[in-house]
Design a protein around this ligand. Structure first.
Ligand code: ADP
Length: 269
């Protein structure tokens, strides 16, 4: 078995708080040690990014996070020639930096990116583990410490945005979902400082609103929004105003749906 030493243990900061749902920490660590790329699937705001930050800090690895968007192209990941003081110099993109230095590169919401990123992802996610840089003529071999982690939300039922099987099948995958009630209460209380007693009704409301997903709502309330709501309440805001601002308005722009959600909220909290 390969032994890989953490890169920056001496500079490690505090480990971001993360409550595991199962054996995902062990799976992540094993995938990293055995140089396997990882795919995290799950709804927005359920803890994927926090998990990656937690694991990077725990393993003492530098982390480069890229939030993918529909304009993000391969060159944004690999790098570009830029004009600096009359000279043209090559500047590494975040993926190239991670491959050169060894560390985790996390591509959040990978399906949002342009399709040409497959060209750079594919040779890095099989046993070659190489990054060809066409523009500089280099072929970088990823060091053992390098790991590619990507995430996507399979809940968005957009066929154009689905992850291609040819890409999907290059990764070990972990499915994420919102945590069971008690664990989610513990997270929201820990993140916001609001007492668990006051968090319980908010989590109950989130469960009611998540049950409406697919009917009137595209997405249910995320753990992130629950944390926002509890934070506003902990800061002294009237709970009804906080719920409206953090758990209802971000979910819908439709006045009828909004009115229905407010009714649900009034019945639960
Ligand atoms: P995603 O990347 O899935 O969109 P995030 O990782 O940004 O979601 O999670 C949103 C917020 O929810 C985090 O900032 C954190 O406050 C909280 N959170 C979600 N899951 C967990 C967890 N398992 N442990 C600790 N905090 C969590």
């Amino acid at each position: 078995m390969t032994t890989i030493s953490p890169i920056k243990p001496a500079q490690a900061g505090p480990i971001p708080h993360y409550i595991p749902a199962g054996n995902e920490c062990e799976l992540f660590e094993t995938a990293w040690k055995r140089q396997l790329p990882l795919l995290l699937k799950g709804p927005t705001g359920c803890g994927k990014t926090r998990f990656v930050c937690h694991m990077a800090e725990r393993l003492g690895l530098p982390l480069a996070t890229v939030s993918c968007h529909d304009d993000l192209a391969a060159a944004d990941l690999t790098g570009r020639f830029l004009l600096k003081g009359g000279e043209t110099i090559w500047v590494d993109g975040p993926l190239t930096k991670s491959v050169r230095g060894g560390g985790i590169c996390y591509l959040d919401e990978i399906v949002e990116a342009r399709k040409d990123i497959a060209v750079v992802i594919h040779p890095l996610t099989d046993d070659r583990r190489i990054l060809p840089l066409e523009r500089t003529g280099e072929v970088l071999e990823a060091p053992p410490e390098f790991m590619l982690v990507v995430s996507y939300n399979p809940g968005y039922q957009n066929i154009l945005k689905a992850l291609k099987p040819s890409t999907k099948q290059r990764f070990v995958a972990i499915e994420f979902d919102f945590l069971p009630r008690e664990q989610e209460v513990a997270i929201v209380a820990a993140e916001s400082g609001l007492s668990e007693r006051h968090v319980v009704p908010l989590v109950n409301l989130a469960h009611r609103l998540r049950a409406l997903k697919g009917h009137d709502l595209e997405e249910g309330v995320s753990t992130r929004l629950l944390v926002y709501c509890a934070t506003l309440i902990e800061s002294g805001l009237d709970p009804r105003h906080a719920i409206r601002a953090a758990m209802i308005e971000p979910l819908t722009d439709d006045p009828d749906v909004r009115a229905a959600l407010i009714e649900v909220a009034n019945a639960v909290v």
